[in-house]
Write a protein that binds this ligand. Structure first.
Ligand code: UD1
Length: 338
């Protein structure tokens, strides 16, 4: 069965392609390489023994999208990762974010409706903002988005929901990711941040590799046990598997509604200091860090209630924080030749 993975050379996309191929799906990737590298294709091939089909183009080109689907009219499912994801940049360039993340979603959906294919959307726990209750269930109200990036995830979900209402043969799932980290255990694919990493884990591994002097821990007087923010860090391979299970749910008609949302997290919150400790434990290295002012827009804590994903989707995170940190460090060592 042929599946399209947009953004399939990116961090989560590439890990999902591996899991799909290992389950016997035929994968076609569309990626414009704006935030990824063609070498990832080789990494995928060396893990799975198979090079996925690959087309390089920008999904904002509506004509190319239409032509692509005319050629590949046997696609049964689309997993749509391709999007811009830097929160700070989205504040500076809102129109770029709305165009990249929403126009492309609309073009995808138009074709998916025609093909009656299944659709999986990359959403984010960012739609909840600072939730009033922990752990966060899928029924928690969405809060006004803190950034154009966050807004594209909220609007994206609305677009899919509205489309599903009128197209009963369209089956879609939005997966709301918590904080994806780590790399493939083979260290053949992983995260490749461009420039200075904004996210915690790549900043930690780059600091340990000597690329950065020290980590700034943003805030130490939050109302949490150790004063630092709490997040639900999920191993990217577990997250990738959730996509395959979600897709199979739709293909096999096991979904309860034609539009569903699931939290994808571990259900366990970890503070920034706990993440540092985990890194130090698995790497045997002491991490230089200092406390710095809070980062604007950071929520105090966010971790998932995973009951719906566990019970309805039949998916559960298997890896621990230590596993994820270990794989992230192995990947950093691999790309830096340490
Ligand atoms: C961020 C985005 C979120 C997006 C996600 C994608 C913000 C405010 N949120 O989530 O919308 O969906 O990335 O991956 O940008 N931290 C430090 N020092 C650092 C970096 C991070 O202390 O150098 C802390 C942060 O304050 C936070 C935690 O580490 O408490 C995790 O940060 P990060 O990895 O950036 O993820 P989020 O902010 O949760």
């Amino acid at each position: 069965m042929k599946v399209l993975v947009t953004g399939g050379l990116g961090f989560i996309g590439s890990h999902t392609v591996v899991e799909l191929q290992q389950k016997g799906f035929e994968v076609v990737i569309i990626d414009d390489l704006s935030n990824s590298s063609i070498e990832v294709l080789g990494g995928i091939a060396s893990i799975t023994g198979k090079t996925p089909l690959f087309e390089q183009f920008d999904l904002r080109d509506k004509q190319k999208v239409e032509t692509f689907f005319e050629t590949h009219n046997d696609i049964v499912g689309v997993i749509h990762f391709a999007a811009s994801k830097a929160v700070g940049e989205s504040v500076e360039k809102p129109l770029l974010y709305y165009e990249n993340n929403l126009n492309t979603l609309i073009y995808m959906l138009k074709s998916v409706v025609q093909l009656e294919a299944s659709f999986i959307f990359s959403s984010s726990c960012t739609v909840y903002g600072q939730a009033d209750q922990m752990p966060i269930t899928e029924n928690a109200p969405t809060k006004p988005a803190e950034s154009p990036y966050g807004n594209t995830k909220q609007i994206g979900e609305e677009i899919i929901k509205d489309t599903c209402k009128v197209h009963s043969k369209l089956n879609a799932i939005s997966l709301r990711y918590f904080n994806p980290i780590g790399a493939h255990p083979t260290a053949k694919i992983g995260e490749l941040p461009i420039g200075v990493p904004q996210n915690l884990v790549p900043f930690i591994t780059q600091t340990a590799a000597g690329l950065r002097k020290e980590l700034s821990v943003f805030g130490n007087d939050y109302p949490t046990p150790d004063g630092t923010c709490i997040r639900d860090y999920i191993h990217v391979v577990d997250l990738a598997k959730a996509h395959v299970i979600a897709l199979e749910r739709l293909i096999n008609g096991k979904n309860q509604y034609n539009y569903e949302t699931f939290n994808v997290g571990t259900g366990k919150g970890s503070s920034v200091l706990e993440v540092i400790k985990s890194f130090e434990k698995v790497s045997g290295k002491e991490l230089p860090y200092k406390f710095a002012p809070k980062r604007e827009g950071d929520v105090i804590q966010a971790y998932a209630d995973t009951a719906k994903a566990n019970n309805d989707l039949g998916w559960k995170a298997e890896s621990t924080l230590d596993d994820a940190m270990d794989s992230a460090w192995k990947w950093e060592q691999h790309i830096r030749n340490i």
